[in-house]
Write a protein that binds this ligand. Structure first.
Ligand SMILES: Nc1ncnc2c1ncn2[C@@H]1O[C@H](COP(=O)(O)OP(=O)(O)O)[C@@H](O)[C@H]1O
Ligand SMILES: [Mg+2]
Length: 208
């Protein structure tokens, strides 16, 4: 069965759709087959990929949540699920069957609190959180800022699984959203960062 990666954070604007679309492009460029399900009523990821001429995004099997009857019928290597920033029943259903939950966080207290709510939600829904890695990805960072080092140290102290790769704040992420492409091949450093995050995720999934 496909490995399901769900992008979740209770807080909006943390980069769920941006990372979902760009990781889809990176996995596509690595040669994997994939489906993307947009479970957010705003359909940001769906509209982005649907209108895209990006060679890696054109290969994606794209669905809205309402089109999905049975996840088991999706036979691609990966299924990426973009969710909306609220704790909904459908989010719980996707979280429960995920191989990995990616929680993007900007370097802000509210985003980290949003990450904590995903963990609490898993427990409240009776999902065995111990079985599903919850990976925090710091997004939109300034790599030289001292607050970044402070937050990384705090996350480590709190035992929160955090990706070693952090994604810088770059205008290319907003530009590529407008142009309906991914950053892969569009911006050199952003490509390196997204590829590095993708490799980290692949390595985490291979350990399961
Ligand atoms: N690394 C980044 N650098 C610059 N802008 C970013 C970055 N990640 C996301 N953004 C921008 O932040 C906004 C929110 O991102 P989005 O992916 O829509 O968040 P969410 O899906 O969590 O609500 C968008 O305008 C997006 O272009
Ligand atoms: Mg979104």
């Amino acid at each position: 069965m496909a490995k399901i990666i769900t992008f979740a954070n209770v807080k909006g604007g943390t980069g769920k759709s941006t990372l979902c679309v760009n990781l889809a492009a990176a996995l596509g460029s690595f040669g994997y087959t994939l489906s993307v399900i947009d479970a957010d009523q705003q359909n940001c990821a769906f509209d982005w990929i649907n209108a895209s001429n990006d060679q890696n995004l054109k290969k994606v099997d794209l669905y809205q949540h309402s089109e999905i009857q049975d996840l088991k019928k999706l036979t691609t290597d990966f299924v990426l699920v973009d969710t909306q920033g609220s704790l909904t029943r459908e989010m719980a259903d996707y979280l429960a069957v995920s191989s990995l939950i990616v929680t993007p966080c900007k370097v802000s207290r509210d985003d980290i609190v949003g990450q904590g709510w995903v963990e609490i939600f898993l427990k409240q829904m009776g999902i065995n959180a111990a079985l599903i890695p919850l990976l925090t990805v710091l997004n939109g960072v300034n790599k030289r800022s001292s607050i970044l080092f402070h937050i990384i140290a705090q996350l480590k102290k709190d035992g929160i699984l955090t990706a070693q790769t952090t994604i810088s704040q770059r205008v290319c992420f907003a530009e590529t959203n407008v142009n309906r492409v991914s950053v892969i091949g569009y911006n050199k450093i952003a490509t390196l960062e997204i590829n590095s995050l993708t490799e980290e995720i692949l390595s985490l999934l291979s350990k399961e």
